[in-house]
Design a protein around this ligand. Structure first.
Ligand code: PLP
Length: 438
């Protein structure tokens, strides 16, 4: 209890001065998403006045949009091309980091035909990142914040992909890592998190238990000097997802798509993609026109889509039970903001069951040669369902996110994706089995 009191005092001291002494480029301060109060840049995540979540406030570049576009286009082929819009020092590209981003935006004509989309369908394929999920984007930003605040250990509570991204980024940056996951994750996620050599701890419980454990660890002397990328570094971490918005628009020729479908775990990614699109409009890098944001969940963990469909503003926690484990957060921190964004933009939040997730993984693989993890199956499955329900307009340009790699969730499709036949190495056997003709 004594330590908690000290922590609150420390927050208030920082609050007294909004002058920031660390160099995180254009990041000027942290501001409360609820009451707007500003705080100096630091490892804070909740407002000292109203406990609302904090986010990064910027001194965004002034000058002509064309100049800024040119500057971005001349930058590296990774997220650091957007450094003028991110909480990172100007020389970020020279520091050891995993340098994620600028993943492919695939024009998915085969899938479009299958789904009846005529306005242009694209898959933003983030399985191409260094540890094969979108989490490399958020972690790369958190590493720079950790460095700026002098943290020596990088940590997180994870549904799997984040643990791998933190392990890799810490290894590269020369930081220690200790990451926490639910004990029962897919083998691909566990191995991928362990191989980088940091500590990996399985917690007996679900993600929400892991997260609660991490909050306790932050308040304990054991956790001193630790940067938890999605807890005390969360405001910075979240900003990494803006780069998805930037890349999609740049890859479309500096144009906004009409519709985007985004998977939801905590909801951070979805809310920050919206923030990124708003910034591009404000900076004059894209035309100011309406866009719709859709959220995708698995039926077995659908607190946000349940609230959306019931017309509620409050998200009621659920106990997750789904094969889409990377999305299995029963109490999503950004849930209410996701509801706001879906409603404000004329989008929706929908969910699909595990069988539909598997079908959708195979649909994307069969049509576009992209092998998505279960989260990608959720997004493709929900897109199909939204079109069938008339909620997503097939005559408009649509981008769907594949946030992870199917190699990490092989079990989802292993039972139904096997060799067509096993034969002796002879043409007779091949012919006799009736193969090679379909
Ligand atoms: C973490 C994760 C998400 C969702 O992230 P949030 O920002 O927490 O909503 C989506 N897809 C994959 C593969 C993930 O690992």
């Amino acid at each position: 209890m004594r330590r908690k009191g000290l922590a609150i005092m420390a927050v208030q001291t920082v609050a007294a001065s909004t002058e920031s002494s660390v160099d995180l480029g254009p990041a000027a301060a942290l501001s409360c998403r609820e009451c707007g109060e500003r705080f100096a840049l630091g490892p804070l995540f909740a407002c000292a006045t109203c406990f609302g979540p904090l986010e990064v406030a910027y001194d965004l570049p002034t000058g002509s949009p064309d100049e800024l576009k040119k500057r971005i286009e001349a930058g590296p082929d990774n997220i650091w091309r957007y450094a003028p819009l991110l909480p990172v020092p100007a020389d970020v590209a020279d520091k050891p980091n995993i340098n994620p981003g600028f993943t492919k935006l695939v024009k998915a004509d085969n899938l479009a035909r299958e789904l009846g989309v005529t306005g242009g369908l694209y898959v933003k394929d983030d399985s191409g990142n260094p540890t094969h999920s979108f989490k490399d984007r958020v972690v790369a930003i958190a590493v720079e914040a950790a460095r700026a605040f002098g943290f020596t250990t990088l940590s997180c509570s994870s549904t799997g992909n984040l643990a791998g991204a933190v392990g890799a980024a810490a290894a590269r940056a020369g930081l220690r890592s200790c990451v926490f996951i639910p004990h029962d994750l897919e083998q691909g996620k566990v191995v991928m998190a362990a191989v980088y050599g940091g500590e990996l701890v399985g917690i007996e419980g679900n993600y929400d238990d892991v997260n609660r454990f991490c909050s306790e660890l932050i308040g304990d002397p054991l956790g001193e000097g630790w940067g938890f990328v999605n807890v005390n570094l969360r405001p910075y971490y979240g900003e990494g997802s803006k780069t998805l918005a930037y890349e999609i628009c740049e890859q479309l020729g500096w144009r906004l798509p009409d519709q985007i479908v985004i998977p939801i775990a905590s909801g951070s990614q979805l809310t920050k993609i919206d923030k990124g699109l708003q910034e591009l409009i404000k900076l004059g890098l894209v035309e100011d026109k309406p866009y719709r944001i859709f959220g995708a969940q698995a039926e077995g963990c659908s607190p946000v889509s349940t609230a959306f469909k019931a017309g509620h503003d409050v998200v009621r926690p659920q106990k997750p039970n789904t094969i889409a484990k990377s999305l299995a957060i029963g109490n999503p921190a950004d849930g209410p903001y996701v509801l706001d964004i879906a409603r404000r933009t004329g989008g929706a939040v929908e969910d699909v069951n595990d069988e539909q997730v598997v079908d959708a993984i195979k649909l994307l693989a069969r049509t576009e040669g992209i092998f998505a993890e279960t989260a990608g199956g959720v997004t493709v499955g929900v897109t199909k369902k939204l079109i069938e329900a008339g909620l997503l307009d097939p005559s408009l340009s649509t981008v769907i996110l594949n946030t992870g790699d199917g190699l990490k969730t092989l079990d989802a499709v292993a039972a139904t994706s096997q060799a067509t036949a096993t034969i002796r190495p002879s043409l007779d056997a091949f012919r006799a089995a009736g193969l090679g003709t379909s």
